[in-house]
Design a protein around this ligand. Structure first.
Ligand SMILES: [Zn+2]
Length: 51
């Protein structure tokens, strides 16, 4: 489960996260995304739907 408010590294939602591996972050627990990251993801999501 991913979304705009998901982990700063992998965008997986907090409730589904646990501990995960990411190429950049390695093993990590859920990290709060920055407001800019949330905004960018919302814009990206909207442009994907438009296509
Ligand atoms: Zn993550």
């Amino acid at each position: 489960m991913t979304g705009p408010y998901g982990c700063a590294w992998c965008s997986v939602l907090r409730s589904h996260h646990g501990r995960r591996w990411h190429p950049t972050a390695g093993m990590h627990s859920w990290a709060e995304p920055s407001p800019q990251q949330i905004k960018d993801r919302m814009v990206a999501h909207r442009s994907r739907r438009a296509r």
